[in-house]
Design a protein around this ligand. Structure first.
Ligand code: OFO
Length: 178
């Protein structure tokens, strides 16, 4: 059982996670069209991750006898100026999501809702990782620069980043099952 305020706030979070999923999907499509295969793969992966984040909240709401609302989505942007712009926007969006998770944690304390507080711990950690990852990619792109050949190196770098994120996840899942 959770309060109506918490139910609404969690539904708002569902909406943010769902938008992140669509937003990153649109970015993946743009990268694909621009021949940035590595960046596209990374963003496809992130898009799926965001959907999983959304679904976790969906199931949590059902578990605590609240109602999960399937959100209406605004059309995400389809065109971007550059790959640097794409990852700047990813970073900005992640910061927004972090703020929203922090606000949810604030409601938990206000309402003495320790179940939801416990549930949200995973998101607190996940946001720290995702913000850090997005900032790291952006820094790398700035360092490599963006003209001609640089795009090739950025894309290669993105494949490496994706491989290390997937390896870390696989290791964490292995650990959970152990
Ligand atoms: Fe859902 O983790 Fe990013 O936004």
């Amino acid at each position: 059982m959770i309060s109506k305020t918490m139910e609404a706030a969690l539904n708002n979070q569902i909406s943010l996670e769902a938008y992140a999923s669509q937003y990153y999907l649109a970015m993946a499509s743009w990268c694909d069209r621009e021949g940035m295969e590595g960046a596209a793969e990374f963003l496809h992966f992130q898009s799926l991750e965001e959907r999983e984040h959304m679904m976790k909240i969906f199931h949590y709401l059902s578990e605590v006898d609240a109602f999960a609302i399937t959100p209406a989505m605004p059309q995400p942007p389809l065109e971007f100026d550059s790959v640097q712009e794409v990852f700047r926007l990813v970073y900005e969006h992640e910061k927004k999501v972090t703020q929203s998770i922090n606000d949810l944690v604030g409601i938990c304390y206000k309402e003495n809702d320790y179940n939801t507080l416990n549930f949200l711990q995973w998101y607190v950690e996940e946001q720290r990782e995702e913000e850090n990852l997005a900032r790291g990619i952006l820094d790398k792109i700035k360092l490599i620069g963006e003209g001609g050949q640089s795009l090739y190196y950025i894309d290669k770098e993105m494949k490496k980043v994706l491989a290390s994120v997937q390896a870390a996840e696989a290791a964490a899942e292995g650990g959970e099952g152990a």
